[in-house]
Design a protein. Structure first.
Length: 278
């Protein structure tokens, strides 16, 4: 049986179309020598910047590079978590990667953790918690805004799909104010609380902790830290620590080695504590 050359061309075309469709709606970083963008692939649209434009339909594979209409080279690849968080569109202010790492450490979060996240926000922390906890643990994310939670779910789905992650995870959203949350309905499950809300002490107005519980709060001002510290002590939490994470990059270029002029200093304070049932 002879194989006609046109069949080869057809198979190549269909393969290319299949690849384009499989990448449609996936997240990519679009980078030039001057700028970096986060984009969602839409094969029916063009990506337009002040450095030129290109059509997503012309992308043959990822990662790849393509020239814009002005001759500028655009490099295209899937984002890391850090790039995703720093470049993502956001509603509420996010927790930055430098602080997220410390929060995970202080809260002792692992694949078996059952975490209550207070303050879904833009979902940056929610996404990272799910990556750590995986399918064996549980994440309950509380927020007063259903809009925040809907946006976060879309963010999670798109990021995990882009990176071919297993979408098996246990995530429950609770839409209510913190002061109306009832711990007793979840006390036997939750072992860790992580908060990113202005007034985390409201948790204790209608809730009392009676089982082992690890607590971490992220707050922008030392006044807020002072208040939650007092409340944690009053509720018999131990091992209370307050930290601030300061990050400084270094420039290493041939014979030049120096600290970067850009210093990521104060973004927030982290307070941690633990209730131990003896």
């Amino acid at each position: 049986m002879l194989f006609h050359p046109q069949w080869s061309l057809l198979c190549c075309y269909l393969s290319c179309q299949h690849y384009k469709l499989s990448q449609d709606n996936k997240l990519v970083v679009v980078k030039t020598a001057k700028s970096k963008y986060l984009a969602v692939i839409d094969i029916e649209k063009e990506f337009i910047t002040n450095e030129g434009k290109f059509s997503f339909s012309n992308i043959k594979k990822i990662p790849s590079s393509i020239q814009s209409s002005t001759g500028v080279e655009f490099k295209i690849y899937h984002p890391t978590y850090k790039e995703f968080v720093l470049l993502m569109k956001r509603g509420p202010q996010i927790i930055y990667p430098k602080d997220i790492g410390q929060i995970i450490l202080e809260a002792d979060i692992n694949k078996n953790s059952n975490v209550l996240e207070i303050g879904t926000g833009s979902g940056a922390l929610t996404l990272f918690l799910l990556n750590i906890i995986g399918p064996d643990g549980l994440l309950i994310s509380l927020d007063v805004s259903k809009k925040n939670q809907t946006r976060t779910q879309k963010t999670i789905d798109r990021y995990m799909s882009t990176n071919n992650f297993d979408n098996k995870y246990n995530l429950d959203f609770i839409t209510t104010s913190l002061i109306d949350f009832k711990l007793k309905e979840h006390a036997e499950v939750i072992d860790t609380v992580v908060t990113d809300v202005p007034e985390p002490w409201e948790f204790f107005e209608n809730n009392s902790v009676k089982e082992d519980l690890k607590w971490v709060s992220y707050l922008p001002s030392i006044t807020q830290i002072t208040k939650i510290n007092e409340v944690l002590i009053k509720n018999k939490f131990e091992n209370i620590e307050v930290k601030e994470v300061i990050l400084r990059d270094w420039v290493v270029d041939k014979k030049i080695v120096r600290p970067s002029n850009k210093l990521v200093s104060h973004t927030g304070f982290i307070i941690s504590g633990r209730y131990i049932k003896y």
